[in-house]
Each structure stands twice: as C-alpha cells, then as structure tokens.
Design a protein around this ligand. Structure first.
Ligand SMILES: [Zn+2]
Length: 92
C-alpha cells in the first residue's frame, strides 16, 4: 500500500488532492516558514494561480499555519507559477 496517494487539502479551494500535486508550506520549528520541506505544521496549496491568489487575499496560509507568512514565500510561489506556465524555460 506504499504507493497509495496521500491526500491533502488545499487551503484555498478545499479540494483533497494527492500531496505530490500540491505546494507544501511549512512552519518550521527552527527556520520559520519554509517551502517543500521542514518539520512542523504544514499547509498545502494547489499549483494554480486561482488558489495562490485566494490564499494570499484571504490569508489562508497564515490561518492554517497560525503565523505570519513572509512576502518572500508568496513571491517564490508566484514565480514558480510563472515558470511553469512559460514554455521557454531558461537555464541558469
Ligand atoms: Zn486549490
């Protein structure tokens, strides 16, 4: 049963999805709010503009994590969104 998808709920649209399809935002015990990995309370978000906007506007991540979420974290997600949309991925 190890390949059974682990379902998590998006904080914006409330859909249950395979967590591999979602962004994970973690309130890490040591490092504050982080993306993708860390130890602590987690919030999940669809990799979609609508959900990112909704979460930002209604402070859904803040509520889920019960702490402030730095602008930089939201900016990184927005950037990822733009990168996944554009076909021309630039190598860095
Ligand atoms: Zn969503």
């Amino acid at each position: 049963m190890s390949d059974r998808p682990v379902l998590r709920r998006c904080v914006a649209c409330r859909q249950l999805l395979d967590r591999r399809q979602l962004w994970r935002v973690i309130r890490d015990h040591q490092d504050g709010v982080r993306l993708d990995e860390g130890m602590g309370r987690s919030a999940y978000l669809c990799r979609e503009e609508n959900c990112l906007e909704e979460a930002t506007r209604r402070k859904r991540l803040q509520k889920a994590l019960r702490c402030q979420v730095p602008e930089t974290v939201l900016a990184v997600l927005k950037q990822r969104l733009n990168q996944s949309v554009g076909e021309s991925a630039e190598a860095d």
